[in-house]
Design a protein around this ligand. Structure first.
Ligand code: SF4
Length: 519
């Protein structure tokens, strides 16, 4: 909080001194410019100010600091050391040196915190829309599809399904109407990766979608954003208008004869609307409920037409793959899960925030090198990965590589990338109850196993937390978990029991402690 006030105060101070200049690309007038950027990711330390050309990053800035920043840094070019990152008595002068950033590989988040998210000119100045130009002017749609397939880009929304394969399946459909849909519904508690990309670099998502439209010969795209993200909605809409003005969206893009446009749809925040068929139903104006599959979305998605449905981060990866090629992309991270992944780290960790690392980075590196370790020197206990559909990872998993396949092997999933860190004082039964309560509230009620099963599981968990559970309750929990997982209609139900299954597996003693305590 307070960033806008700080922005206004600094602007006021430099205006008073007659030094304010608008940062417009063609303006060479000497002076000091100030602009609002998207999220830098270092949430714990906000409000943040980055000062160029020195690359200083000032943390936890207060209104009272503004005068000193203007006098000392903006006018005299000197650093204000007390506002810089200080760790174990070492002051880190530039942003790039700070361990939180140093260990990251920010590809998708590369522009976030650096460019003015409301300026198409800044996006273009940072190679924006170059990939679109390359596709439309130099490549055939089939080549674009093949490049994405060859890169082995896997869907960042949770499932990890290869994006190129999905695109090719849409291409293979005979319908001449096809759609591209971007899932920006991001509903996991503790996850805000997609939000930051939409707010901090909206053109990157739009460019990825137009390229998908070109590759699959579709002409209309939809971005489905939850209404709780008003800034994302506003910036996406502004970016769409700008892209149209620049001839990059709409009819006859870059005079190529290819037309593609995008609409923004706001969801009311139902978690189930992140599920593909519920999401498309919601765009159609129907109640957001999943349907039985097949047919799959690639065959009959939005308005029963073949539909490419990928999430925000997946589309945001596309432009760089087109510019740098599939071999470049495959050289980052493990062969079967290449590229980077954005994670939102929250909970009992020193540096909460938004990070991006190559796939295959270990949990230890993420939590201790980047995350700065556990708060208040407590012991690490577990991390919930993948939100309410995921599971927990414990001390024994600290050296596990975070990628789609290795997580699957230990019964967890990368999900959309939420990491909720828990210390030794956290009650894991309470964690399971929290997530079950969330899922139960969000169950759409269409199928019995999920509608009734999650309710019964929640009741049992509440009973155990209240110290009234029995050993038989644990068996009942396991039985219900198996049944719901096997019989629920959609992903929400199929994964609803995951937090219970994994806490029962790794922290059964804590469940038993609640039961024994009772006696
Ligand atoms: Fe609805 Fe749950 Fe069934 Fe999915 S599994 S259709 S959310 S009731």
């Amino acid at each position: 909080g307070g960033s806008i006030e700080i922005y206004n105060r600094i602007k006021e101070l430099i205006s008073e001194k007659g030094l304010l200049t608008e940062i417009e690309l063609e303006e060479e007038k000497p002076g000091i410019g100030i602009k609002k950027s998207g999220c830098h990711g270092f949430c714990e330390m906000g409000p943040l100010i980055r000062i160029e050309p020195y690359n200083y990053l000032y943390l936890k800035v207060k209104i009272e600091d503004c005068e000193e920043i203007v006098e000392t840094t903006l006018i005299k070019g000197q650093p204000v050391a007390r506002l810089m990152y200080n760790w174990q008595n070492k002051v880190y002068e530039t942003q790039e040196e700070i361990p939180f950033y140093k260990k990251q590989t920010r590809l998708v988040l590369g522009n976030c915190g650096h460019i003015d998210a409301e300026s198409i000119r800044e996006y273009i100045a940072n190679d924006g829309y170059k990939a679109l130009g390359k596709c439309i002017l130099e490549m055939e749609p089939e080549q674009v599809c093949k490049t994405i397939s060859d890169s082995n880009l896997r869907g960042r929304g949770g499932g990890g399904y290869p994006a190129g394969r999905k695109w090719a399946q849409v291409v293979a459909q005979s319908s001449d109407i096809k759609y591209v849909v971007c899932n920006g519904d991001e509903g996991d508690p503790g996850a805000f990766m997609d939000r930051s990309v939409m707010e901090g670099d909206p053109h990157r998502v739009i460019e990825g979608m137009i390229i998908a439209g070109f590759a699959t010969k579709s002409h209309q795209g939809y971005i489905y954003v939850r209404a709780e993200y008003p800034l994302a909605v506003e910036r996406l809409k502004a970016a769409i208008t700008q892209a149209r003005q620049y001839g990059l969206l709409g009819d006859n893009i870059l005079n190529s004869g290819f037309s593609f446009d995008i609409k923004v749809n706001q969801g009311a925040g139902a978690f189930v609307c992140g599920e593909g068929s519920a999401l498309t139903a919601s765009i159609e104006g129907e109640r957001g409920m999943p349907r039985v599959k097949p047919p799959r979305t690639v065959e009959a998605g939005l308005w029963a037409k073949p539909t490419v449905l990928n999430n925000v981060e997946t589309f945001a990866n596309v432009p760089q793959i087109i510019i740098n090629g599939s071999e470049w992309y495959k050289s980052i991270g493990p062969e079967k899960s290449p590229g980077t992944k954005a994670f939102a780290i929250t909970g009992n960790v020193n540096n909460t925030g938004l990070i991006e690392v190559p796939m295959g980075t270990t949990l230890r590196e993420v939590l201790f090198d980047i995350g700065g370790g556990i708060k208040n020197d407590r012991r690490f206990k577990a991390v919930q990965i993948g939100g309410p559909s995921g599971g927990c990872l414990t001390e024994e998993h600290l050296d596990l590589a975070l990628d789609f396949d290795s997580l699957k092997k230990v019964g967890a999933m990368i999900g959309s990338g939420g990491l909720v860190v828990m210390d030794e004082d956290t009650c894991m039964v309470e964690v399971a109850r929290f997530f079950m309560n969330f899922t139960q509230n969000e169950s759409c009620g269409k199928c019995v196993p999920c509608r009734e099963g999650t309710k019964r599981m929640l009741e049992i968990l509440e009973k155990i937390v209240a110290g009234k559970g029995t050993v038989e309750d644990l068996e009942l929990l396991e039985d219900l978990a198996d049944t719901i997982t096997e019989t629920a209609l959609c992903g929400l139900g199929k994964t609803a029991a995951s937090p219970v299954i994994s806490t029962l597996k790794f922290f059964r003693d804590e469940y038993l402690a609640h039961i024994v305590d009772k006696k």
